[in-house]
Design a protein around this ligand. Structure first.
Ligand code: GRE
Ligand code: ZN
Length: 327
């Protein structure tokens, strides 16, 4: 399929281009780093070759979320967003952008989101999970009350919020002790991000701000498979401990969430996700450069579905949700 749009496609500025906890071997990281730092060379050639018309680009992870000092986090987000705006301006027909945000401070996050959307023309925000705030050991999730003004601003600006993974702090990762292969994208990313999304839903956030649109990668971080059981365990007053939501979790997932195919090119997984939330809420993505454009595109172009659904998932859902200027 020509004209595909990718939504979880990363870049880095030199200061965020760091090998996450030394996850990658030197040679692999050196290639990833080169790919993160550029938009207009190899990346654009691969997009051309595999039918990707546009990437909506975001900063790599965890980047801003791992800078505990709020002022330093805000300064980094501004530098990264300004750098991305310049790169995108060279080929706005092929690249658009999502903002990095200093979530360490709701006020600073609101200011940067507003600046990115209204002055830089960014199409939304992408945030890498929880933020470390003030102390590197202090982690904050965005379901707590002090973030309500931030969510009000997201709703008012009418832009999607992409909740992207990061790994838990080692302190909080004892269940992975001795199994570092489970950290990162293989498992810990999805677990971390799914729980964060459930915290948002269970906090009643979407009762207060019903027009919010949250995007999850990796076919929804496992949530489409868990919806029935989550809601089954939350029926009956005695089981609703701490769940402040008015509706079922599946109701919010189908009303306020979108998922992308980033890094999860499973045909059965995609079918299940489409049946759970509908083809209007699923969108193509690669997760470049952590995954290969060729693999993602060849899979998506051939996966068994109607051509109407392929067009929606590959292109038109993204164009609509992110208000992209494509014909
Ligand atoms: C991602 O963005 O999905 C990602 C990282 C780091 C390692 C692997 C990965 O940010 O998929
Ligand atoms: Zn990613």
């Amino acid at each position: 399929m020509r004209g595909k749009i990718g939504l979880e496609e990363h870049f880095a500025v030199p200061e965020t281009a760091v090998n996450p906890r030394g996850t990658y071997a030197e040679g692999t990281w050196s290639q990833l780093k080169g790919r993160l730092l550029e938009l207009h060379g190899e990346r654009l050639r691969l997009m051309d070759r595999h039918g990707i018309e546009m990437m909506v680009v975001s900063l790599n992870a965890p980047a801003v979320q791992a800078v505990p000092d709020p002022a330093a986090a805000a300064a980094l987000a501004r530098r990264a967003n300004d750098a991305l705006a310049e790169l995108v301006a060279k080929r706005p027909d092929r690249f658009q952008a999502l903002a990095a945000l200093p979530m360490q401070s709701p006020d600073l996050a609101i200011a940067e989101l507003e600046r990115a959307v209204t002055q830089l023309g960014f199409k939304g925000a992408l945030v890498n999970g929880f933020s470390q705030v003030n102390d590197p050991d202090n982690v904050v999730y965005y379901d707590v009350p002090q973030y309500r003004p931030f969510w009000a601003a997201v709703e008012r600006l009418d832009v999607p919020f992409y909740l992207h993974p990061r790994s838990p702090l080692l302190r909080d990762a004892r269940l992975y002790d001795g199994h570092p292969w489970l950290m990162g994208a293989a498992w810990a990313f999805g677990n971390e991000t799914a729980v964060h999304a459930l915290r948002l839903m269970g906090s009643g956030l979407f009762d207060a701000y019903p027009r919010l649109s949250i995007v999850l990668g990796h076919l929804g971080e496992g949530l489409p498979f868990g919806l029935w059981r989550i809601d089954n365990c939350n029926t009956g007053a005695e089981k609703t401990d701490g769940n402040r939501a008015k509706k079922k979790i599946a109701d919010y997932f189908r009303a306020n969430f979108y998922v992308t195919t980033s890094g999860n090119y499973s045909s059965l997984g995609l079918m299940h996700t489409m049946l759970q939330i509908g083809a209007d809420r699923v969108m193509f993505s690669v997760d470049w450069p952590f995954e290969e454009i060729e693999l993602a595109a060849n899979w998506f172009d051939a996966v068994d579905m109607s051509e109407g659904d392929r067009l929606k998932i590959g292109r038109t859902n993204a164009a609509q949700l992110f208000k992209l200027d494509v014909s």
